[in-house]
Every structure is written in C-alpha cells, then in structure tokens.
Design a protein around this ligand. Structure first.
Ligand code: PLP
Length: 329
C-alpha cells in the first residue's frame, strides 16, 4: 500500500473483543469497514470511549514489532479506569495487537513507513437512561493503518492559550475523544485569529501540551519539557526522548515552564521547539503566538537537534540502533 493522508487508509481486517459484563470474548479478526452498533450505544451518547495510538515497525530481520506496546496497553487500561469502562486484561490487549500485527504484517510499509495501530475501547450498554451509570459492557477493537513518514509540511505555528483550559484535571491523563472535542473550538478560534495549526495550552501561564501532542524546548545541549502532572497526557514519545537525548549529549530537564520562559527560550538563535507524539515523532514549530504577538523560534531555523533526535528515535524503532528503554520510569 502507498502512504495516503495519515489515518485514512486502513488494513482490511481489524481485531475485536467484547465484554458482556462477565467476561471478554476471544480475539476475532473481522472486516475493518463497518461496525454494527445499537443507536443507543453508551459511548455515542455519554462519551464512554478511549483509545491508543502506537506504531509497529518492520525490523531488519523482516519481523514487525510494535514500539513500547506495554506502555500503550497500560495507558489504555488507565484511561478505561478513569472513564469507568471495563478494563481489558493486559494479556488480552497484547493478544489483540499481536494478532492484528500478524495478520497485517505484509501490509506494513518499509521504514520510514510503519503500521499505525488504533485500539479503541467503547461502552456498549444500550440504554439512553444510563447517563449517570458506567457502561457494564464494552467493545475493544483495533484498526491498523499503513502510514508513511508523517510530518506536517513546513514548520508549525502554535498559539499559546492561557485562559481556556484544554480539559479538566481528572481527564488530563486520559486519552479520550472528549478531550479533543473540548479543545476543538479553541483550536478553531486560534486558526481563524492567528492562522495557527495548534494551540499550546498553558493555564495560569504554565505550559501543559497542545491539543494532541506534548511539547519540548530544545537547543544543542538541552531538552526542557513540562514535568508530569495531571494536566496533560503522559506521552510515550516524550518519555522515549527523555531517555534517548542523554545518549546524544543532550541534558534533559522536566519542570514547570512559564510562558515568559518559553518566549525567552525561543528568542535565542539556537532555540528549537517541537511537538512530540507517536504520529509525527517530532514536528518542528516555527512560530509561537503569545497574546496576539508572533515570535519566531530561534533565528537559525535549521531544527538540527530535532532532526537528530527524530533520526535516532526512528532508528531505535526500526531496530537499526539498539536501545533498551527503562519501562519502570
Ligand atoms: C496521544 C497524545 C499525545 C502523545 O502521546 P504519545 O504516547 O507520545 O503518542 C499527547 N497529547 C495528547 C493529548 C494525546 O492524545
């Protein structure tokens, strides 16, 4: 398969398992082009849905291996818990992903392409009277998308938002569509007002993340990123970069970062800023809008450190460079 627009081309099969209130069914492989749901399905009315996004990469020996799958499975389970959804057992989600990867392995593009996997968990109780009750039943299905080396064309423009929140503290670490829905009007407004691609949320002037990715500040010797708290999603890409950067002589710091510090940081010639997440790995930011004022990021504009980190992380993902991540962090 060729590389289409990210997320629009799907492998013909998906993997599914269901929970009937008592137990989970065996994993099934079914056609990926439709899903039969009762119109009263809990997730459609009351937002009981969460998902993951991870990539599987073809290795030098031809096998296809998902990157840090255990982290993504653990996060899916904690998202489920936060949404009061039935939690699929770790071994079951692993089995679901392994079967999906095995059945779509030959559709996985060679590096820098990969197979993007999208496990999705939805509450399936059929009662529109269940607004104040969790769904007792659930469906877990995973789609697979053959993808190319997805990188937005050119540098991104992001607008800093200090008053409207991205989401609530109890949902900050949950990967749920509700968070995207909540951020959307703010992103649309920034697009209209500032021609921005994304919004960097910074409630009370402290950086959190954008609507869909974590943020890192860089120069040749340093990586600075907000310290983990309940306001933003704890990205696997973020964690991977924090572990890899020191091997390139880049010192890492996790701490609260103010908007003023961000403006100071990007005024230096060698400053770089990247949005980080599974889909794009690292995407360079060229312009940051603060209070309606546009600031260029650095003056060199080469994004050299971003390129190095991106190259290194992809080399690890594709098995071209050995690296063992600390999964206990
Ligand atoms: C998925 C996601 C990220 C990135 O997480 P990764 O594990 O690196 O892919 C960051 N922020 C939000 C809001 C997300 O949904």
């Amino acid at each position: 398969m060729s590389a289409a627009t990210f997320g629009t081309e799907f492998a013909p099969v998906m993997a599914t398992t269901g929970f009937d209130g008592v137990g989970w069914t065996e994993v099934q492989l079914t056609p990926s082009d439709s899903l039969e749901l009762h119109p009263a399905t809990h997730a459609l009315h009351y937002g009981s849905s969460c998902f993951e996004g991870l990539k599987a990469h073809r290795q030098p020996d031809g096998s296809v291996v998902a990157f840090r799958q255990s982290r993504h499975v653990a996060r899916l389970r904690s998202s489920a818990e936060g949404l009061c959804l039935p939690q699929p057992p770790t071994e079951l989600v692993d089995d679901l992903l392994d079967q999906l990867i095995a059945s779509t392995a030959e559709l996985t593009p060679d590096p820098p392409g990969s197979l993007y996997l999208r496990p999705t968990l939805i509450g399936t109780d059929t009662s529109i009277g269940a607004a104040a009750h969790p769904s007792r039943t659930a469906l877990l299905y995973a789609l697979a998308c053959p993808v190319g080396d997805y990188l937005p064309a050119g540098e991104l423009t992001i607008a800093v938002e200090t008053s409207r929140p991205r989401t609530t503290p109890q949902f900050g670490r949950i990967k749920t569509g509700a968070n995207y829905a909540m951020a959307l009007a703010t992103i649309e407004r920034a697009r209209t007002l500032h021609d921005a691609d994304q919004v960097l949320f910074a409630a009370d002037g402290i950086l959190q993340e954008t609507g869909a990715s974590n943020v890192v500040l860089l120069d040749e010797h340093a990586l600075l990123t907000p310290a983990l708290d309940n306001s933003f999603l704890h990205g696997v890409t973020r964690d991977s970069l924090l572990q890899l950067a020191p091997t390139l002589g880049i010192g890492v710091t996790e701490r609260p970062i103010t908007v003023e510090e961000l403006v100071d940081w990007i005024s230096r010639p060698d400053a770089e800023v990247a949005l980080v997440g599974t889909a794009a790995v690292l995407a360079p930011v060229g312009t940051i809008v603060v209070d309606g004022r546009r600031h260029n990021v650095g003056t060199a504009g080469f994004n050299r450190v971003i390129e190095r980190l991106r190259h290194t992380l992809i080399a690890v993902q594709t098995g071209d460079q050995p690296f063992v991540f600390d999964e206990a962090r």
